[in-house]
Design a protein around this ligand. Structure first.
Ligand SMILES: *[C@@H]1O[C@H](CO)[C@@H](O)[C@H](O)[C@H]1NC(C)=O
Ligand SMILES: *[C@@H]1O[C@H](CO)[C@@H](O)[C@H](O)[C@H]1NC(C)=O
Length: 184
C-alpha cells in the first residue's frame, strides 16, 4: 500500500472513532425535570428479529422516577398478546448527566442510554446502543402527550437517519388502547 492509501485508511479510522463518540447528551441535563410520565411515540430499530413486530408496536406509556443517587427507575407499560404488561427497568447514572447504563440480565449485555435532546415539557429523543457494537442502535421519541407536533417528529426522524437507521425502521406507532387502563 502506498503512503496515500495508508493516509486514507488512517483518516477513515479517525472518522469511525468520531462517529462513535459524537453522541452528546442534552446540555445541562436535569433529571428532576425529566421525571414523570412519558409516551414512547416513536421507535426506530432495525434488528431483523424485530421486523415482524413492527406493525404491533404501540405508543407505550412510561414513568420515570429519579432516585436520590441519580439512578432512574423506569416503568414501561406494553400492550402484549397477554394484555397490558408493566415492566420495570433500572438505569444507572454515569459521570455524564443525561447518560445512563442499563444492564440486561436476560441478555447479559450492557447498553448505553443517552438522552440526546429534550425540552422536558414536550419531547425527548433517546438513543440506546451497545458500546462497540453498532448492530444494536435504537432511537426512541418520548413525548409528554400522545399529540406530537410535526416539527418534533421531523427532529426524531432526522436524528434516526443520522444514526444510519433505514427509513422503514423509523416508526411512529399508534397509541396503546387502554394500557395502562388509567392512562387515557
Ligand atoms: C426502584 O426500583 C426498585 C427495584 O424494582 C425498588 O425496589 C425501589 O423501591 C424503586 N424505588 C422507587 C423510589 O420507586
Ligand atoms: C418544546 O418543544 C416544542 C416543539 O419543538 C416547542 O413547541 C415548545 O415551545 C418547546 N417548549 C419549551 C418550553 O421550550
Amino acid at each position: 500500500m502506498g503512503s496515500t492509501g495508508l493516509a486514507v485508511v488512517m483518516v477513515m479510522m479517525v472518522m469511525v472513532a468520531v462517529a462513535q463518540a459524537d453522541v452528546k447528551p442534552q446540555k445541562d441535563f436535569n433529571l428532576q425535570r425529566f421525571a414523570g410520565r412519558w409516551y414512547r411515540v416513536g421507535l426506530a430499530y432495525d434488528s431483523p428479529g424485530f421486523v415482524p413486530f413492527r406493525s404491533l408496536v404501540t405508543a407505550s406509556m412510561g414513568m420515570v422516577v429519579p432516585l436520590p443517587n441519580g439512578n432512574v427507575n423506569l416503568t414501561m407499560w406494553d400492550q402484549t398478546p397477554y394484555g397490558c404488561v408493566a415492566k420495570a427497568y433500572h438505569y444507572e447514572a454515569t459521570s455524564v448527566p443525561g447518560q445512563f447504563t442499563y444492564h440486561s440480565a436476560r441478555h447479559s449485555t450492557v447498553k448505553d442510554i443517552t438522552v440526546v435532546d429534550t425540552n422536558y415539557t414536550e419531547y425527548a429523543i433517546v438513543l440506546k446502543y451497545k458500546v462497540f457494537n453498532r448492530e444494536y442502535t435504537q432511537v426512541a421519541l418520548y413525548a409528554r402527550s400522545l399529540k406530537v407536533k410535526n416539527e418534533v417528529y421531523q427532529k426524531y426522524k432526522a436524528f434516526a437517519l443520522s444514526r444510519h437507521l433505514p427509513r422503514d425502521s423509523i416508526l411512529t406507532p399508534p397509541p396503546a388502547e387502554n394500557c395502562p387502563a388509567t392512562a387515557n
